[in-house]
Design a protein around this ligand. Structure first.
Ligand SMILES: *Cc1c(COP(=O)(O)O)cnc(C)c1O
Length: 386
């Protein structure tokens, strides 16, 4: 089966991991700060905080922005469930802002209407979490303007978008948000096995995230009393978690980061070939907006809703590991129990019914991609009776 995405590891990655395994520190050593610095530098942020998953990074991002009981968090319905779950970890409530079905990204026009209504009812969200679907940055300029107007915090869920650019600057630079979150799961742009990070330009937010990822504990001499005389001391300042990334993972991440530009070029090459192959149908590729440069995490295309299920089955039968990104989050049984029902975000539902993700990754060969293209065209046309 040709997977829809997969990691690429080489000898350098393995050697970097082995070196840590043979060193004194498997965790809390030098590799995590080195990876954090490398990541922050790559995306153009002042601070990086590495953790054990993007899910943890989203949780910490909400906490350091003050999300708590009684607060509201708004995100995109076309995302992985973690984009919404993070609000509930903080005892806040979550709501969904519909997407533009042409891109899969949060629609700023819908957001404007929803914010105006919410302001009238004194029900504004504390934080917005736009998701850069498939790697294409959201319209962050419009989202940031609205967030500023209504005094709402912004966390970019850039789990798909490491290496993406918006208006000429890399996602994570922090011009349009308070915090940006990345994932290093093996299907994402680079991998650490499991892993994630947040980046920010705000030292206070970064410091608090570092404390929360490690039980709420600090060893900062300006905070811990009497550390000179009693050097074993540390201070737990609040209730934190163990969300730390290991040095084994960070060494892998740093090694992967060195090849990110090559990964991006390879994904772009395959994506451009798909765009060309499908320029005249039978599937529709997502609109790429001017001023955006996608990382191409996903080759998510749209097909006629009446053929999607059967096309999916036939492609799988051909050994093509297609997937669907995503079932609207609020369709999950857990979210239905919170009171959401079908029809809530029509754009997201239309998008879901048509969505299919084709293989796109750095290990894909020219032959494999051509096989995917011919298979998609053959089955789609026969199902549509062309
Ligand atoms: C993968 C993903 C996450 C969660 O990432 P983990 O590192 O697996 O916790 C969150 N949001 C989006 C949009 C994702 O694709």
């Amino acid at each position: 089966m040709i997977p829809y995405s997969r990691q690429e590891l080489n000898r350098d990655d393995i050697d970097a991991v082995l070196a840590v395994l043979e060193s004194d520190f498997l965790t809390q050593g030098r590799e995590v700060p080195a990876f954090e610095a490398g990541l922050a530098d790559y995306v153009g942020a002042s601070h990086g905080v590495a953790v054990n998953s993007a899910t943890s990074a989203l949780h910490l991002a909400c906490l350091v922005l003050g999300v708590g009981a009684g607060d509201r968090v708004w995100t995109s319905p076309v995302s992985f469930v973690a984009s919404a779950n993070c609000a509930l970890y903080c005892d806040a409530t979550v709501d969904f802002v519909d997407i533009d079905p042409a891109t899969g990204n949060m629609d700023p026009d819908v957001l404007a209407v929803r914010l105006r209504e919410a302001a009238g009812k004194d029900a504004l969200p504390k934080v917005l979490i736009p998701v850069h679907y498939a790697g294409q940055p959201c319209d962050m300029s419009a989202i940031a303007d609205l967030a500023r107007e209504y005094g709402v915090g912004v966390i970019e869920d850039a789990s798909h978008a490491l290496g993406s650019a918006y208006q000429g600057e890399r996602v994570g630079g922090g011009h349009y948000s308070d915090i940006t979150v990345f994932s290093f799961h093996p299907v994402k742009m680079i991998t650490t096995g499991e892993g994630g990070a947040l980046v920010t330009n705000d030292q206070t937010l970064a410091d608090r995230a570092r404390i929360l990822r490690s039980h709420g504990i600090t060893r900062d001499p300006s905070v811990v009393e009497n550390l000179d005389q009693e050097p074993w001391r540390y201070a737990q300042l609040e209730l934190g978690f163990n969300y730390r990334m290991t040095d084994v993972e960070a060494a892998l991440g740093l090694s992967q980061l060195r090849r990110l530009d090559r990964f991006l070029a390879s994904r772009r090459h395959h994506a451009n070939a798909y765009l060309e192959a499908f320029a005249d149908g039978p599937v529709t590729t997502l609109q790429q907006r001017s001023g955006t440069e996608s990382s191409w995490h996903l080759m998510s295309v749209q097909v006629q809703p009446d053929i999607r299920g059967e096309l999916f089955r036939r492609l799988r039968a051909d050994g093509i590991g297609v997937n669907v990104h995503y079932t609207p989050i609020y369709w999950q049984p857990f979210y239905r129990r919170l009171g959401f029902s079908t029809g809530y975000c029509p754009g997201a539902e239309q998008f879901y019914h048509r969505a299919i993700s084709l293989p796109l990754h750095t290990q894909l060969t020219e032959d494999e991609r051509q096989w995917v293209v011919s298979s998609v065209i053959h089955h789609a046309e026969s199902l549509m009776g062309v």
